[in-house]
Design a protein around this ligand. Structure first.
Ligand code: TLP
Length: 347
């Protein structure tokens, strides 16, 4: 244990389970651009069912699902409302602007990752010749840059009500929506019922090697399929990817609770250190987010790396630690000891 590198950078580092590798080896395949891959078709149907939507679409990544959703919902020149901490805004290479001709307009996220309905309402454009039309409102759940905060159904409904009043669709970046559902103890379908479209990732806590699903109405997904092709996401024998996804949706969702328990343990183990201030939502799902005090966060990040605890530098004084498949309770206990040692002034 003592020399083991404990990789808490992201749940994207997870490796496929033995059952996934076997399913990949044995997957029935066909050409998915022609809709002839039975394994993809099965996964898309399963995903739609789990989220209570009519149809699903396998894409290469969460970034691709979000981009395709934006392209499908909006005309060029439209404005898309997103939280100022949204993944779509921070980490998707401005694809909406570069590829979709869309303007992203930010609204403050509170520390729980929520958007306040009044802020959303104020940001919606009136039909004035000078304004771009507001084409879409995006939510994120769990919220990555808000320490994995979990939004409840009511939080999402409050925004959706405003959206509905103005006839604007809602897209949910639910990369970790099953983490949210498990944390709340509710079916994912209930949680996302107020979103017109939902993207979720296979390759994070669900431990698949590749892939994301975009779900929505039959009509929306038919259109999205076209945009997926446009951005180069029409994959051929994609059942290789989908086979792992089927295993994930069958067997890997309930397991996410372990990651949440480990994140809470980690948060509790670091809470009393004067040099680290935990973001309030830490431990709600599988993330812990820290503000480093008294030394540059990059320096502390380096110290942790030397101690064999890999974490992500989030800018400013913030570091993020993520629990996931492949990290167990003993790893977390060891990580707590190492982080505490690195934070203590005598080291
Ligand atoms: N998040 C990654 C990095 O991109 C930051 C991570 O390590 O957390 N939505 C959300 C909320 C995400 O957290 C991510 C990935 C994505 C979308 C994009 O998914 P991928 O990486 O599959 O394109």
């Amino acid at each position: 244990m003592t020399n083991k590198i404990i990789d808490l950078r992201s749940d994207t580092v997870t490796l496929p389970t033995p059952a996934m590798r076997q399913a990949i080896a044995e997957a029935e395949l066909g050409d998915d651009v022609w809709r002839e891959d039975p394994t993809v078709n099965r996964l898309e149907a399963m995903a739609a069912e789990k989220l209570g939507k009519e149809a699903g679409l396998l894409t290469a990544s969460g970034t691709m699902s979000n981009l395709v959703a934006l392209l499908t919902h909006c005309q060029r020149g439209a404005e898309v409302l997103v939280g100022d901490e949204a993944h779509i805004f921070h980490y998707e290479v401005a694809g909406a602007a570069a590829l979709g001709g869309l303007e992203l307009r930010t609204i403050p996220n509170d520390s729980g990752g929520r958007l306040l309905p009044k802020d959303v309402e104020e940001a919606i454009r009136l039909p004035d010749i000078h304004h771009p039309p507001t084409g879409l409102i995006c939510l994120e759940n769990t919220h990555n840059r808000c320490a994995g905060a979990v939004l409840g159904e009511a939080d999402m409904e409050a925004v959706a009500q405003v959206a509905r009043r103005w006839g604007i669709p809602v897209h949910l970046d639910g990369a970790r929506i099953f983490n949210a559902a498990v944390a709340l103890g509710v079916p994912a379908a209930d949680l996302v019922r107020h979103a017109d479209s939902v993207a979720f990732s296979l390759c994070k806590g669900l431990a698949c090697p590749v892939g994301s699903l975009l779900c929505g109405s039959r009509e929306f997904i038919a259109q999205a399929r076209k945009y997926r092709k446009m951005v180069g996401g029409g994959m051929r024998q994609a059942g290789i990817i989908a086979a792992a996804g089927v295993v994930a949706l069958d067997n890997m969702i309930d397991r996410l609770q372990e990651d949440h328990d480990n994140a809470r343990l980690l948060a509790q183990g670091l809470a009393d250190l004067p040099s680290l201030r935990l973001d309030p939502a830490s431990g709600q799902s599988n993330m812990v987010s820290l503000q480093v005090e008294g030394m540059p966060a990059v320096e502390f990040h380096g110290r942790l790396g030397q101690a064999g605890v890999l974490v992500t530098y989030m800018g400013g004084q913030r570091l993020r630690l993520v629990t996931h498949y492949g990290i167990d309770r003993a790893d977390i206990e060891e990580a707590i000891q190492r982080v505490r040692a690195a934070a203590s002034p005598s080291t």
